[in-house]
Design a protein around this ligand. Structure first.
Ligand SMILES: [Zn+2]
Length: 146
């Protein structure tokens, strides 16, 4: 692949650039230090630092694949909104109090439905577009070519 802008051959698929710049890390580093305090006293200090998670280069961050929309929060809000709203169906006053909760629950259900639609229909297209895109390491441009 040749960059259409700067004509550099130094290009890479976004997928490759992303994976080569992202790694799972789990390290334990020991550090020790000696310091001289006031009055000429010598003190020793030490520490253990644990680091875990994902380490990502700036380049990899720029090549991140499109994310699916999460279900967690709308699912939780929909569940409790409907549950609490429906639990008010005993007499008129609690029904009225529960109506806003039902509304919130129903709205969250709609958000959930919308996200499901996006994840199952739109996301595969966006992801495919990402898979077919590549980056130029010289000028930093990102291009799409199937
Ligand atoms: Zn370029």
């Amino acid at each position: 692949m040749k960059c259409p802008k700067c004509e550099s051959e130094n290009t890479q698929r976004l997928e490759v650039a992303f994976h080569s710049g992202t790694q799972n890390i789990s390290t334990t580093s020991n550090s020790a230090g000696v310091g001289i305090g006031s009055g000429g006293r010598i003190g020793f200090g030490g520490g253990v630092t644990k680091t875990s998670g994902q380490s990502q280069s700036v380049l990899a961050a720029a090549c991140t694949p499109p994310a699916k929309k999460p279900y967690k929060w709308p699912a939780i809000v929909a569940f409790f909104g409907l549950l609490m709203g429906l639990s008010g169906f005993k007499d008129m006053s609690t029904i009225l109090a529960g109506l806003p909760l039902l509304g919130i629950g129903a709205f969250s259900g709609y958000v959930l439905y919308f996200r499901f639609q996006f994840n199952s229909k739109e996301w595969p297209k966006v992801y495919q577009y990402w898979v077919e895109s590549w980056i130029c390491h010289k000028c930093g441009g990102i291009y799409h070519q199937a």
